[in-house]
Design a protein around this ligand. Sequence first.
Ligand code: GUN
Length: 291
Amino acid sequence: MTAKILDGKALAAVLREEIRQQTERFTAGTGIQPGLAVVLVGDDPASGVYVRNKETATIKAGMKSVMKRLPAETTTEELLALVGELNADASIHGILVQLPLPRHIDERRILDAIDPRKDVDAFHPENVGLIAQGRPRFLPCTPYGIQQLLIRSGIETAGKNVVVLGRSNIVGKPMALLLMQKGPGGDATVTVCHSRTANLNEVTRGADILIVAIGVPRFLKADGVKPGAVVIDVGMNRIEEDGKARFVGDVDFDAVEKIASAITPVPGGVGPLTVTMLLNNALTAARNAAS
Ligand code: GUN
């Protein structure tokens, strides 16, 4: 079997056009242009690329994009002050502080300071609580994008064994919450495993759908995958190979592709969907502010 490629880039283009049209209608009806602020601290090259992608996509969707670039030496207090300004700015409906932050900055204090109504990442404890209770204000961008990819690719989750490999606050934990909710893209039997799980391969081999977000290049090999499983690769790891820099996922794509029924490529899989769901959340935030 050779896996079907789940083309996240193509789906992202369809969804972004839908969001652009919805934004146009919203702005025509209310006179309000959704505004998204993205804050980047320091000069991590990968973060710089992600942030530029977000800026371009925001503008293309017909929204206002505000980029705030701060030097690596910025203090927690200075960043808190900027978040406070953005919280108070009525033309800004969504705020995203790009992670990771430099180590000297207190990340938790920063994320907790973002007005939960503008927290388009859905990282604030209030929003995480609402998700856990099944009454979300925003859905976290990467898990939301993966859920849309499954739904729109016709991959049923109800009653399936879904294994999430990785337990981060950004992907693993919220992904598990979304998949266990009632409704489309949910109703799954979810297992979360991680680097300390015993007999990891046995656990991942039980998956009908395997979502890999462990942050280690090509971590998941073919012997960790049940033949016919659906494999979603959230990884984005920059490696040097044959003297060249390239991005690879957390899945050994060439080997796993031969036994999975469907698989996301890296790049062009999950990544473009994350940015798309950010736009969706920015529009939701503007709609909520207007109502
Ligand atoms: N860094 C990597 N992924 C994300 C994300 O989804 N949101 C933010 N704010 N930073 C990230």
